[in-house]
Design a protein around this ligand. Sequence first.
Ligand SMILES: *Cc1c(COP(=O)(O)O)cnc(C)c1O
Length: 397
Amino acid sequence: MSAKDKPPRLATRLVRGGQTRSQHKETAEALFLTSGFVYDSAAEADARFAGASPGYLYGRYANPTVRMFEERLMALEGKGAEECLAVGSGMAAVNAALLANLKAGDRVIGARAMFASCLWILDTLLPRLGVDVELVDGEDLDQWKDAAKKGVTLALIESPSNPMLGAVDIQAVADIVHSAGGKLIVDNVFASPLLQKPFAFGADIVVYSATKHMDGQGRTLAGAILASKELIDAGIREFLRHTGPAISPFNAWVLVKGLETIALRVERQCANAARIANALAGHARIERLYYPGRADHPHHALHARQMNAGGTMIAFDVAGGRAGAWRFLDALELIDISNNLGDAKSLATHPATTTHRRLTDEARARIGVQEGSVRLSVGLEDADDLIEDLLQALEQA
Ligand SMILES: *Cc1c(COP(=O)(O)O)cnc(C)c1O
């Protein structure tokens, strides 16, 4: 077998995947900052619009730089990712994956521990459009089975979930949803495409906020939807073309370059997170610590089955409730207070008063968010500097 016949390995796909060079043979991926495309003749325009001739039509539909990002992400996601469409934000991806496949009277089941804006679509927008929505505790398969008995068009889960890093059994939920005739959407942001492959566990659609680990350097908002060609062509592509949540070619270019280094970054972030989790576990001012890679995480066995590393995120409850958590956050000298994640810079947030403030106290308690809970996104700084900063801040909490 020659090198040409062999599928390139991951590191090679991340650097080379999807690149198409222009007539100038540039080294780096070209940035096609254009909204439209021209045709050599009226007949050629007709043929393109009819789909009989290949080529680009309009920036809202597709763009060569955006296509490089989509192809590279498909090469990273691997088996099951037959098609990928990039959009302007992670929420545009989640919204399109849902709305493109729903009509009034349909039913959606969601695991209640999810990103706050995803929850808003489920608990506020969809009911307004006549879609019946039921929320379940994601880890409780009996609740999934009961909910599916009433029918399910789509299900939406996150694993690890935001912010307390719980695990949902993707394969078991996929089986329940499929046997009720529905499709499963997995929001795979917290794991990143490097650590977890939802298609291997039966997911039908995988969505990402590319804002997080794919950029990973705090520059752009973006999102992506991956699925079979059949599912994309059954409605998602059409939905995106006509509703317009298009990604800027510039942002797609930033992300193409982001994917070149994502494996190196996520690998180092996981190593830093594992060291930090071990350094903080058992600290007198931490009541509980959640890191998927530690054996004391309540869902460790399931995380270990689904993810090939512990991840880049840690959650913990600081003693002293909100006051303790706020004193801790305010005492951090290196780590920034920010609700973004997956970044090169380590970022800490207080979910109860930021990302999850819209939830009632009861709803927050149900997904494990306490007044003292802190979510930490571990970056690329030296792990010893991070540990020193966290320990000195805990002393002041
Ligand atoms: C950030 C995030 C989103 C939304 O992505 P944006 O790019 O901010 O729109 C959705 N789901 C999860 C799990 C996220 O972390």
